[in-house]
Design a protein around this ligand. Structure first.
Ligand code: GCU
Length: 430
């Protein structure tokens, strides 16, 4: 029995290590071929960052903040992620675990249910928070958004077993092991940084008709069965949920709300980028492997493209319906990913990619950062120079810029050592 358990465990460990390193390189997706050849990327001109809609040059940080940024924010909303509603009036919180010692007394744990609507039977999100026990003043914190319930990724016997959506679209108890690996929370606590996390499915499930279960449903107008062309997709819904976590933090005196960073990977990398753009209360974003629809340039025909991502058979539900309209004519789209990156300026933004994550186009994220850098420079902040060359896997040369970029050696994942770099980055900029 013991041997069987051990070999199963070894198999799981091996399989997940393998999955982490395997090259992410599908060749035909949604019926469309995928290009991985630099020579076939095509030529493109990025839409101008530093010129207003009426053609005036933007030369100061103030002009950016007052004029250009709002224009671009609106364009990103209408064409890509969709508009989201403001803070709901019936938002409420219940701390069912209001400060319990965890990790041998090193941390204080809280578990808070965030109710999005007046009816508390549905539409609630469990927020897990650890703060360093020895803190004598409010602490900075990393807010993570995760693919599964927190009790499945963190080793702490005090955690409530959550519920997750299964493949069949049913909510089930989150009491099984997952392929996601465990998250080492103590490394944050040891660095004097708090850590919080939520399961994205608590906000809205991640499948095509997730709308019928998630928070977006409660905002449909009478007779409306889906969001309008410029209204929120699932990514905007998840981002909205993160702002509700921030609403809670504003009520918690142990947390320094001026020093909260967001982190998420993949579609949740896109989510944290958009959440940070939308909600300036977040003072930093670490967007891991965000790829297409995140920090990777859409105009580059490399790896996933808008055609692939916004195909109705795939992830159109994650975006505003309008986004699909750009699938066949990306060069006409009024925005591109360098604008998303620039919308974070002057706040610190770290883009983390992987060298064999071809599908997500790590070079497209690098070029996006280079193109967005002039906006960071308007504020006198550090960003990759125009002549910067793409760093090799593992090279930290661009990591510590305020607009930072880092590509690990490996695939579509966040590696244990990446978290260590995030801590260094947070210690510098939070
Ligand atoms: C798919 C999708 C990507 C997304 C990724 C993920 O690969 O095409 O855009 O980032 O899933 O969320 O892991």
């Amino acid at each position: 029995m013991k041997i069987k358990l051990l070999s199963t465990l070894l198999l799981i460990t091996f399989a997940s290590a393998f999955a982490q390193q395997a090259a992410n390189r599908p060749t035909v997706v949604a019926g469309f071929p995928v290009n991985y050849n630099e020579d076939s990327v095509g030529t493109y001109t990025l839409p101008e960052l530093l010129k207003t809609a009426d053609g005036k040059p933007v030369t100061t940080a103030r002009q950016w903040t007052e004029k250009r940024r709002p224009e671009l924010l609106r364009l990103a909303e209408e064409n890509q992620f969709g508009k989201m509603p403001p803070k709901p009036k019936d938002l409420s919180f219940h701390a069912f675990d209001d400060g319990t010692p965890a990790f041998d007394g090193k941390a204080i744990r809280k578990q808070v249910t965030v109710y999005f609507t007046k009816d508390t039977s549905e539409h609630r999100m469990n927020l897990l928070i650890y703060t360093p026990a020895k803190a004598v003043k409010p602490v900075p914190l990393l807010m993570n958004i995760s693919f599964t319930a927190y009790n499945q990724i963190i080793d702490d016997p005090g955690l409530r077993v959550g519920e997750i959506w299964n493949k069949e679209g049913k909510k089930v108890k989150a009491d099984k092991p997952t392929p996601f690996g465990k998250l080492n929370v103590e490394q944050f606590i040891d660095a004097g940084i708090g850590f919080a996390t939520v399961y994205y499915g608590d906000i809205e499930p991640d499948f095509k008709d997730g709308l019928t279960h998630g928070i977006r449903k409660t905002y449909l107008k009478p007779g409306q069965t889906e969001p309008a062309a410029d209204e929120w997709g699932a990514i905007s819904a998840w981002a909205w949920g993160l702002s509700r976590a921030m609403d809670y933090f504003e009520t918690d005196r142990q947390i320094d709300t001026k020093r909260i960073a967001l982190q998420g990977a993949s579609r949740l990398g896109k989510t944290v980028l958009w959440a940070g753009i939308r909600d300036p209360r977040f003072k930093m974003v670490i967007a891991s492997i965000s790829g297409e629809g995140g920090a990777a340039l859409a105009r580059r025909n490399y790896g996933e493209t808008i055609r692939h991502i916004s195909d109705p058979s795939r992830y159109l539900y994650q975006f505003a319906p309008n986004y699909h309209g750009w699938a066949g004519r990306v060069n006409d789209m009024p925005i591109d990913a360098h604008m998303l990156v620039a919308l974070m300026a002057p706040r610190p933004l770290l883009l983390q990619t992987g060298s064999t994550d071809y599908w997500s186009d790590p070079k497209g994220e690098f070029l996006s950062a280079v193109a967005a850098a002039p906006v960071y420079r308007l504020f006198g902040e550090t960003a990759p120079s125009t002549s910067a060359t793409m760093p090799a896997a593992g090279d930290t040369a661009l990591l510590m810029n305020r607009l930072g970029y880092f590509m690990h050696e490996g695939g579509h994942t966040v590696l244990p050592e990446d978290w260590q770099l995030f801590i260094r980055y947070m210690q510098k900029y939070l």
